[in-house]
Structure formats: C-alpha cells, structure tokens
Design a protein around this ligand. Sequence first.
Ligand code: HXC
Ligand code: NAP
Length: 273
Amino acid sequence: MNLTLDFAGKTVVVVGGTSGINRGVAEGFAAAGAKVAVASRNPEKVADTVKALEAAGAEVAMGTSFDVRDPVGVAEGLASFQAKLGDFDVLVSGAAGNFPALMSEMSNNAFKTVVDIDLMGTVHVMKAAYPFLRRPGASVISISAPQAYLPCEGQVHVCAAKAGVDQITRTLAMEWGHEGIRINSVVPGFIEETEGAERLAPTDEAKAATMAAIPLNRFGTKADIAGMCLFLSSPLASYVSGTVIAVDGALYQGGLGMLSQQLGTMLRQVAGR
Ligand code: HXC
Ligand code: NAP
C-alpha cells in the first residue's frame, strides 16, 4: 500500500473554501499537489485564496463566486470547475453561517437563513456536483459541527441544520455507494483563530469555559481538520463511508455543556429573561 498522501493530478473542490477551516483544508490539498478550486460569496476572498493555493503548491488553482443558497449559481460555478479541471476526485462542502441567538429572540427568517445556508446549501452543492463526481473513487466530505448531535443553547438553528447535513451524508453514502462514491461528515471541534470560534466564544471567559470542556486540553487547529480530510480522501480510507467523524479533542465526551451554559446565560441577560 502506498502510504503517502499525494494528490498530484487529483481535482479537489472546496465550497466555502475561502476562509477559516475550509481554506485550511483547501491549502492542505494544495500542499499535497492537487488541482484545487474554491468558491464563496466574496470575490476578494476568492482571489486572495487562489493566490495562497498557488503559493502552497497547487498544480492549478481557481475560484469563483456564488451563494450556496442560489442553486443556479452553484450549478454554473461547479460546471466551470469541471470544464477546466475535469471530474472531481474530492468535494468538500463547508459553507455555513452562524450567530448566537435564543429561539425566543430570533425571527423566523433568522432561523431560516442558517437552514438555507447550511442545509439547503449542502443540498444544492451535492445535487450540482453529483454528475461531476469521479466514478469510482470520489470522496465527498460535509463539514458538520458538534451541534449536529450535541444540543447547545443559542444554537438551535445550527443544531437543526447540521443534524440535517449529517443525515444527508449518511443517506447519500447509501444512494451513491453503488457508484463507488464515498461520503463522510467531518465534525470540527472548537478550532482556534476562526470566525465560528470567535462568534461562539468571543471573550476570554467564554474561551476558558470552552477549554474546560475539551479533554485534550487544547483548541483544534485548521491543520487538524485538513489532515482528516486528506486522510478520508486517500487510499487509506477507501472503505470508510457514511460516517460522522469528530476531530474535536474528545469535546464530545465532555459535551458542549459549559459553552452552552455560557452562551445561554449571556444571551438571557441581554434579553432580560
Ligand atoms: C439574531 C440575527 C443575527 C443575530 C442575523 N440575524 N444576525 N438574528 N441575532 N446575531 C437575522 C437578521 O436579522 C435577518 O432576519 C436574518 O438573520 C438574515 O440576516 P442577514 O444579515 O440578512 O443575512 P445574510 O446577509 O445572508 O448573512 C448570513 C449570516 C451572516 C449567517 C447572518 O452572519 C454570515 O454571512 N455568516 C457567514 C460567516 C459565518 O457565520 N461563519 C461562522 C461559521 S461557524 P430578519 O428577520 O431581520 O430578516 C459555524 C459553526 C461554529 O457554522 C461551531 C463552533 C463550535
Ligand atoms: P468562516 O471562516 O466564516 O468560513 C465560512 C466559509 O463559507 C467562508 O469561505 C465564507 O465565504 C463561506 N460562506 C458563508 N456563507 C456562504 C454562502 N451563503 N454561500 C457561499 N459561501 C458561503 O467559518 P469557520 O469558522 O472557518 O467555519 C467553517 C466550517 O466549519 C463551517 O461549516 C462551520 O459550520 C464548521 N465548523 C466550524 C467550527 C469552528 O470552530 N470554527 C466548529 C465546528 C464546525 P464568504 O463570506 O465569501 O461567502
């Protein structure tokens, strides 16, 4: 067995790949020699990321702008990647939106916005990419969150949406497995220096409460998540499909309890409840 993670000649598409965790994943594949394409809403973030991917060692790097809530834009964007780079060996679906808010203080549209980005966005990406996935051999990865299986105060929209994402993963593993396509969810824990982490734990106090819930006693890094995505897309994982894999320092064992309490207390104080 070849144990090196060499993605030379492979086409990797990362949706939502222009900042934070997903950009770290795109850069990981670039460093392993892949042809890498990224997409998100902001054209400046796309252009900046393409430059970084080239510098990281991508054989080819490209990008385009679309909103995952727009199925036509997603389909056109992914078709442009396929036209230039060929069928997709790896697809990472990671676009997401999040803000802490209690259900009682959130409009229906606020809840729907997160569902539209995280859950319907995943649907749009999966459906548009399906014709372009390499058969056999494609590795599809949904970037999920602990909220998918750990209830968390102030996160009801994300909890609902990401639980749906994981069920899409499990179900498509059954529907697409017959064509030699594997699909898994990767669940980042609390990843340092990211938008998501800053939104959920903006203060030193909140960060300390979160750290106390992580048995490995450190926050995760973007490289931790990139490593799992490379592993899952390599021959080492050729029999792994339909799984939801946490890369979270055993946060799952401690639960999101402390972060959840912290968020709930803070949001209730603001709401006067
Ligand atoms: C209550 C809020 C709100 C808040 C927005 N809304 N922020 N409600 N509290 N803090 C409401 C708005 O009032 C509006 O409802 C609706 O949500 C849509 O807001 P818009 O600003 O119009 O939406 P949009 O411009 O589409 O932006 C989407 C967004 C934004 C999700 C609100 O924050 C975004 O673009 N986020 C992308 C980046 C991101 O979130 N990254 C973190 C991912 S981390 P009304 O009723 O007024 O119309 C993650 C998991 C982290 O996913 C896990 C860590 C452990
Ligand atoms: P981030 O930096 O905000 O990354 C989100 C990415 O998605 C950006 O590239 C953003 O670019 C894009 N995006 C957002 N909304 C979009 C839309 N409607 N259409 C297209 N692209 C969109 O956040 P992050 O914290 O690194 O999170 C990345 C992923 O990891 C998310 O799936 C999140 O749920 C998951 N996660 C994060 C953590 C954490 O600790 N940070 C923990 C668990 C799970 P544009 O702004 O240009 O659109």
